[in-house]
Design a protein around this ligand. Structure first.
Ligand code: GNR
Ligand code: NI
Length: 177
């Protein structure tokens, strides 16, 4: 178990293009376990390996909101998902708008428009291939995570004006901290 430091913008490592995973070994599975620890601790609903400084095409997602126990100590059932070397096809013309955030752009949120549905091919941690049609928040989240593999952040989808507003607010929040 290890909680890894999360890179934040404008760290240039976040702009790297991540490389396909070719070796499905114990080191990969340790990385994935550490990514889940880091994501749940943050807390967040997704994490790309490059956000912890590893430029490999590995994503983890758990759309269940984050605390394993809520205020009343009720257990939230976790649904951890692993996506290695994800590839998209058959995206819809229809788009959806979601207020996105990113652990690498801490505590800043903005509406992002993306295809509402998308088909994803990927491999699991043993290299086995999978395909699934993604909708709703999962479609949004996996597109946000896939962007990280290409060095793209959600703020890159905003107008320059909105992006500058977000970056200004981030700078102000950091100064106050
Ligand atoms: O925790 C996260 N929440 C979120 C909300 C809307 C759309 C995407 C996300 S992903 C984000 C965690 C993160 O930065 N993943 O890269
Ligand atoms: Ni992100």
């Amino acid at each position: 178990m290890a909680i890894l430091p999360i890179l934040e913008t404008p760290d240039p490592r976040l702009r790297q293009i991540s490389k396909p995973v070719e070796t499905f070994d114990d080191a990969l599975r340790t990385l994935i376990a550490d990514m889940f620890d880091t994501m749940y601790d943050a807390p967040g609903i997704g994490l790309a390996a490059i956000q912890v400084g590893v430029p490999q095409r590995v994503l983890v997602i758990d759309l269940q909101e984050p605390d394993p126990e809520d205020a009343e100590g009720k257990k939230v059932i976790r649904n951890p998902r692993i996506f290695i070397n994800p590839v998209f096809s058959e995206q819809t013309e229809e788009h959806s708008v979601y207020q996105e955030g990113c652990l690498s752009v801490p505590e800043q949120y903005a509406d992002v428009t993306r295809p509402a549905e998308i088909t994803v091919d990927w491999q699991d941690e043993y290299g086995k291939p999978h395909r699934e049609r993604m909708t709703g928040l999962m479609a949004t989240c996996i597109q946000h995570e896939h962007d990280h593999l290409e060095g793209i952040l959600f703020i890159d989808h905003l107008s320059r004006l909105k992006r500058d507003m977000v970056l200004k607010k981030l700078a102000k929040a950091r100064k106050a901290a």
